[in-house]
Ligand binder design. Structure first.
Ligand SMILES: Cc1cc2nc3c(=O)[nH]c(=O)nc-3n(C[C@H](O)[C@H](O)[C@H](O)COP(=O)(O)O)c2cc1C
Length: 206
């Protein structure tokens, strides 16, 4: 099968895209509006960018009417956000926060999530998330315009909070204890409970 994006509707292409690029990690992004309303939403177009500076990126596509999502409006207005990682235990409540609440309504209050104050940015952290990353905006890269166009947020990690419970005996982050979930196509998710190690090659294969 050949997929030619220009022959498909936005909806069809989106369906293919999320089925082709799998599994995707999930950034559960907290922002604060200039008026102080806390916004929380998941984004699976998400990954790391660099270690120097420690940085990450995620993309929020525009709403159907072409307007940017609340997360983007808040980040563009304040330059700050917090990325919370999502363990399996938080899957359902994370999903609830993807409902389109009005800009003046906080997802955090609507779903009854406990938050903690951040140390270096205004948006709070999700208390139950084992890894919370306080971030400062570096750049929003606009990809296209109108409905479903991308807003790629690149941010610097100012401070990472890692729960002691997810550390192993050597103080390293133990993926089994973090228990993150990944996003697949359609409404599907995956576990990260089965893993295998593959050391990097030390030379070209024979
Ligand atoms: C697991 C999951 C992953 C999602 N990933 C994205 C994404 O990468 N980009 C995007 O624009 N929307 C994504 N969404 C949808 C947003 O979370 C949803 O549009 C949300 O209402 C945006 O909130 P906001 O308008 O408060 O910013 C995802 C939803 C779920 C449940």
């Amino acid at each position: 099968m050949l997929i030619r994006p220009e022959e498909l509707s936005v909806r069809e292409m989106y369906g293919h895209l999320v089925a082709m690029i799998t599994p995707r990690p999930i950034a559960w992004v907290a922002t604060t509006s200039p008026a102080g309303v806390v916004n929380l939403a998941p984004f699976s177009f998400f990954n790391g960018v660099a270690a120097q500076p420690a940085s990450l990126c995620f993309s929020a596509v525009n709403n159907r009417d072409g307007s940017p999502k609340d997360t983007i409006r808040n980040i563009e207005a304040t330059g700050q956000f917090v990325v919370n990682m999502v363990p399996a235990a938080l899957a359902e409540v994370m999903n609830q926060t993807s409902f389109e609440y009005a800009p003046d309504e906080s997802e955090v209050t609507a779903v009854g999530l406990e938050t903690l104050a951040s140390l270096q940015v205004r948006p709070p952290r999700v208390a139950a998330s084992p890894i919370q990353l306080e971030c400062q905006l570096i750049q929003v890269v606009k990809v296209g315009s109108g409905p479903a166009a991308g807003n790629l947020v690149v941010g610097q990690i100012l401070l990472a909070h890692v729960a002691d419970e997810v550390l192993d005996e050597n103080g390293k982050i133990d993926p089994a204890r973090v228990d993150t979930i990944g996003r697949m196509g359609a409404a599907d998710y995956c576990w990260t409970r089965e893993r295998f190690a593959l050391p990097r090659p030390t030379g070209p294969s024979a």
